[in-house]
Design a protein. Structure first.
Length: 159
């Protein structure tokens, strides 16, 4: 909605709509943090446990979390670039015109960002129905890796 407002009426209106929604979230988060801090201050030091040095298995757990932290951070840093990358690509390299003989129009660039979530909502019921049908038939549902592989190959766009 913010993107369509920005494209149709001007980016000032789109960003204002977005900023108001983000300000509400920031205010809510600030109140939650303040309430949590007040609650902790009233409780004292928390659980009252003595501090003990970490043993070998706990250090391994921490190192495993750190090993997962780096690639996860890199993934999300890359993934979050899709918003502007898709919009720029769609604006420069996509024919967005629609000609239905009785009506002509142009798809706003910002709608391309909604395509992935739309496909998730549109096809999830069919996948769930397939797995339910397989379970009723007695067929074993495929393990996660073949499901991911089939989903990845189905979502690949032809180049």
């Amino acid at each position: 909605m913010c993107g369509t407002l920005g494209e149709e009426l001007g980016w000032h209106y789109g960003f204002t709509r977005r900023r108001r929604r983000d300000d509400d979230r920031a205010c809510d988060l600030s109140l939650r943090v303040a309430r949590s801090a007040a609650g902790r201050a009233a409780q004292g030091d928390g659980l009252g446990l003595e501090k003990q040095p970490l043993d070998r298995s706990e250090w391994r757990g921490i190192l495993a979390l750190l090993a997962l932290f780096v690639p996860t951070t890199l993934f999300w840093a890359t993934y979050e670039q899709q918003g502007n990358t898709i919009a720029l690509w769609a604006d420069d390299y996509t024919d967005r015109t629609i000609d239905l003989l009785i009506w002509r129009g142009e798809i706003p660039v910002t709608w391309f960002q909604a395509f992935n979530p739309f496909m998730i909502f549109a096809f999830t019921p069919f996948i769930i129905a397939l797995w339910t049908w397989q379970a009723r038939r007695g067929a074993r549902s495929p393990r996660a890796s073949p499901r991911w592989r089939s989903a990845a190959s189905a979502s690949r766009s032809p180049t």
